[in-house]
Design a protein around this ligand. Sequence first.
Ligand code: ATP
Ligand code: MN
Ligand code: MN
Length: 309
Amino acid sequence: KTKTASTSSPGKVVVAGVTLSKPDKILWPAAGGRAAITKADLARYYEAAAERILPHVADRPVSIIRAPDGIEGETFFQRHAMPGSNPRLKLIDVHQRHPYVAVTDVGGLVAVAQSGGLELHPWGCRPGDPETPEQVTFDLDPDEGLDFAAVIAAAKTVKAELEKRGLHPFVKTTGGKGLHVVVPIRSDGRSRIEWDQCKAFAKAISEEVRRADPERFTTTLAKKARGGKIFIDYLRNGRMATAVAPWSVRARPGAGIAFPLSWGQVKAGLDPKAFTLHDAPALLKKADPWKGFRAGEVSLRPVLKAMGL
Ligand code: ATP
Ligand code: MN
Ligand code: MN
């Protein structure tokens, strides 16, 4: 009798040097004609996408949405290291009782998947420096029932408002209902700003957009203020605030990815549901529209001054 390699080491799968337990665990059940996605699939996805993700995630505190029993089981946000945390995850002191978790390399990304971590939500800070913002995120949240066309129009309005001030905004899907407009900012030397300034800037821009068209926009967090409007959530920009990372998958039905777009794609017919973990092999073959993200950074200091902030 001969034994095959797979029966001699049942269930053992190693990805980027990380041994997966229960690699066949189903995280997204089969749905809508799409196959189920297992933990091994997720780990291989994060390995394949590591080069695209790490510039936006590495060495920042990162909240992880874990769904160890899959998206239909219990899900929870993890910020701190937990007992038995994988040694490939780094710890960062952010002056809380416990250190926060950070990913530094592909092994760390795969370790997240190994622990049933699906989503990655980093701070908007400089790598290795939680006290210094290096991007501003405008999180566009449509009221229920609003067409995606309204979100597209909103993103373009915010883009114009930022470009007017000499900034270079980027845009991504969230894997959910809205879009994120993200502005890289210089954070070195005299360009460095504080979190309060980052949030004040995001708020001022958001208020400007709302004032120009209060029928379409609200900046009030309360859901009841939304009434058919787009909520411009500027609160993603304080110290400890997070936003989903580009290329992070979502722990929601459909396995959508927060996908970096070019502005040319942000037009009628854009379907955010077209970017999912199932589509990843094809998506990863395309050029990265966010390749020039860091090169697009501009100092906010003169902009803040001009705005009276
Ligand atoms: P969508 O497009 O569906 O709104 P989203 O990722 O923008 O997707 P939001 O609910 O608008 O979802 O949240 C924006 C960001 O705020 C998230 O990406 C996440 O990083 C952070 N966030 C949201 N809810 C929580 C929470 N309960 N705890 C911690 N952070 C959260
Ligand atoms: Mn949102
Ligand atoms: Mn939001």
